[in-house]
Design a protein around this ligand. Structure first.
Ligand code: GLA
Ligand code: ZN
Length: 681
């Protein structure tokens, strides 16, 4: 595997953040100080222009890019590169005043107002036209600037618009999808139910009130359409950038496992995936290690969208954020730990929102590298600067990738379908949370895990976990079967294979599409348990697991029963089974089991697949990046106590020491151990 270095101009792992000099144009002293402080903090990039439209174009057609060019010049002269955003995330007042159709409309038909952000209609021709003008202006001004490193398209795409134009595009999109045959749509949506049949595509309205009582087909297709529409909008910006600056890579900044958009569809248009990570550190509902574990899952989701190259941590908070229910300070050491976690999971950048705190408005108390105090001796500044110094030492890591042999399947439309389906318990479906829990249980063995779509190629994996794969994408069942037949270890859970892509149930037994034969079981009923209900699974090896929330009652055809229910009317019947296909195995876990019991099953799968497992102290994560025959193993102590990891051999990249057997990690401490692959035992 060869390295794929994103930014050869930058030595070390890129270190940067959102920078808003346009808020300080009347303070040249502060702008000069910024450059001095950035160098002191070992910054190698700045993200400019995210919300600069009203300064670029204060009146329609009157452009001012001088300050931008001047800023980019000064940054570049000081070794700092620019990630340049297109400014479409918030519109200037003149635009909304003159062209209100640029603002989106909610499902009650009420148009949004000027003065917030991210509230555009993605279909509005005038919005697209005005964005094109300012983007072309940007390219004219700085498109050939030597400091221009990449394009950052708009900001955190999200939301939906119900205006007549968007509704019409929805109808047209459905027309295309269903070959302009309304009866095909009626069949797919089971539309004779509640008299929902249409006779023409023009009758279809977007779902009202979040689709509360709408047909399931309507709500699901609306979500798919929203992804299409957002992607189509994004492509309208990308087309200009690609044509005029083909050498400059393009990204847009995502928000974790964002509910409203299928990021996989959008990522096809991007060169690099980047995202904004704001975990709720130190909250009172879960352990710090669990919060870190969920963040690791999110990094893995991002990484897995482009498995052959690094991703970018586009934003993260120095110190704290200002929009969580309780904005607690990151404890000393957590800054470095969170940054290193991103790198460990495949990011080639650590970037912040933002460089300097503004004096006013919504985000004046959001963490920044430079506080209102303005000096370089604050706790946060010092932690950021030391992170920067550390990242400079990690040049060798650039372009290496995480090569996971284990994958969790996660699909956006499966998530939407599970939520929309009326059944089970609305409170405890928890599909994403279930995926996160599984990810964390697997991560405890020191293995890396990709998070991929159920119809992505599984060729590179030896262990695949399919949690709650309710909806089967075309080809997914076939791919799982081929995976097991070539020796793969597969584990699926309750709620597998109930519906097709139109949410129509499979007839003749779940899991459908031949998966019942693959697992050797049919799921006849699913029991939803009240929050205080518990059952137990007794395993044939003498261990037991606790059941919560869901328990399917199985008919076993030709699978081996590994565990049975302990109580209730289905006591003694199969809860966990396995069916062998040569050396490949298909496990079925019919109930929501506790993490310990799931962990024991995962260990069994990993061992059967020949994937080495590590014994890690509680709260320690281990991740591996590799390329050119070298491995870099990251250890992250996600706890506030020192930890010792045994069985570690190699050179520590951060302090140059040789580690022979035992690795000491300080509280929240990290280590990167470099080893040749052939040295691996
Ligand atoms: C998002 C946005 C930024 C800023 C931060 C605050 O990630 O992209 O503009 O609002 O949140 O955390
Ligand atoms: Zn609209």
């Amino acid at each position: 595997m060869e390295r794929r270095i994103l930014f050869p101009q930058i030595d070390g792992i890129m270190h940067g953040g959102d920078y808003n000099p346009e808020q300080w144009l009347d303070r040249p002293d502060i702008l000069a100080e910024d450059i001095r402080l950035m160098k002191e903090a070992h910054m190698t990039s700045a993200t400019l222009g995210v919300f600069s439209w009203s300064v670029y174009e204060p009146r329609e057609g009157e452009f001012h890019f001088e300050w931008l060019k001047d800023t980019m010049d000064r940054l570049y002269e000081n070794g700092i590169y620019t990630v340049l955003a297109t400014p479409s995330g918030a519109r200037p007042a003149w635009l909304d005043e003159k062209y209100p159709e640029a603002m989106r409309v909610d499902d009650y038909g009420v148009r949004s107002h000027h003065g917030v952000r991210h509230n555009h209609c993605m279909s509005a021709p005038v919005y697209r036209k005005k964005v094109a003008a300012v983007v072309n202006g940007l390219i004219d001004a700085v498109g050939d600037h030597p400091g221009l490193l990449m394009w950052h398209v708009s900001n955190e795409f999200g939301g939906e618009c119900f205006c007549p134009l968007c509704a019409k595009r929805f109808q047209d999109w459905l027309g295309e999808k269903f070959d302009h045959d309304i009866e095909r749509l009626n069949r797919a949506w089971w539309a004779t139910f509640w008299s929902h049949k249409y006779s023409d595509f023009s009758q279809i309205e977007p779902p009202y009130r979040n689709g509360e009582f709408s047909s399931l087909g309507l709500t699901l297709e609306w979500k798919r359409f929203t992804t299409y529409s957002m992607t189509d909008y994004m492509k309208s910006e990308i087309a200009i950038l690609r044509e005029r600056t083909p050498q400059i890579p393009i990204t847009t900044n995502y928000m974790k496992l964002f509910y409203g958009l299928d990021y996989r569809v959008m990522s096809k248009e991007l060169d690099v995936v980047s995202w904004d990570s704001y975990p709720l550190f130190h909250n009172d509902g879960e352990s710090f290690a669990d919060t870190m574990g969920e963040n690791a899952f999110d990094h893995a989701v991002m990484r897995s969208m482009k498995r052959d190259r690094p991703f970018m941590l586009m934003e993260s908070a120095p110190g704290l954020v200002n929009w969580q229910p309780c904005n607690k300070l990151r404890r000393p050491g957590v800054h470095e730990l969170a940054g290193m976690q991103a790198v460990a999971l495949g990011s080639d950048t650590v970037q912040y929102f933002q460089w300097r705190k503004g004096r006013g408005s919504f985000e004046q108390y959001h963490g920044a590298v430079v506080d209102h105090l303005g000096t370089a001796d604050t706790r946060v500044f010092l932690e950021v600067a030391s992170m920067g110094a550390l990242l400079e030492k990690l040049s060798d890591i650039r372009g290496t990738i995480v090569k996971a042999r284990t994958a969790i399947l996660f699909d956006w439309d499966n998530m939407w379908a599970i939520d929309a389906m009326r059944g089970l318990s609305q409170e405890t479906k928890d599909y994403p949370k279930t995926c996160v829990r599984i990810y964390r249980s697997l991560m405890r063995f020191g293995v890396d895990i990709d998070v991929v779509a159920s119809d992505d190629s599984l060729d590179r994996y030896d262990v695949v976990i399919a949690p709650m794969l309710y909806m089967l994408r075309p080809g997914a069942a076939e791919s799982l079967r081929a995976f097991v037949e070539r020796g793969g270890q597969l584990l699926a859970t309750y709620l597998t294979g109930y519906v097709d892509m139109d949410q129509l149930n499979f007839l003749g037994g779940f899991p459908g599409e031949g998966l019942a034969e693959l697992f050797g079981v049919v799921s006849e009923e699913i029991d939803s348990l009240y929050p205080s209900d518990r059952n137990q699974v007794n395993f044939s090896d003498g261990t037991a697991g606790t059941v919560q929330d869901y328990a399917e009652v199985l008919r076993v055809m030709d699978a081996e029963v590994l565990g049975t229910y302990d109580s209730d009317f289905y006591a003694g019947t199969a809860a966990v089974t396995v069916k062998a296909h040569g050396s490949g195995k298909a496990y079925y876990v019919a109930a929501r089991l506790d993490d310990g019991a799931m962990g024991r099953l995962f260990e069994r799968l990993l061992q059967a697949a020949g994937i080495p497992v590590s014994e890690l102290p509680d709260g320690v994560e281990r991740h591996t990046r590799e390329a050119d025959g070298k491995e870099y193993v990251f250890y992250l102590n996600c706890s506030d106590e020192p930890k010792t990891v045994s069985g570690v051999w190699g050179a520590s990249l951060l302090d140059g020491q040789q580690v022979a057997g035992e690795l000491q990690l300080a509280a929240y401490g990290t280590a990167v151990i470099s080893q040749l692959q052939k040295e691996r035992t």
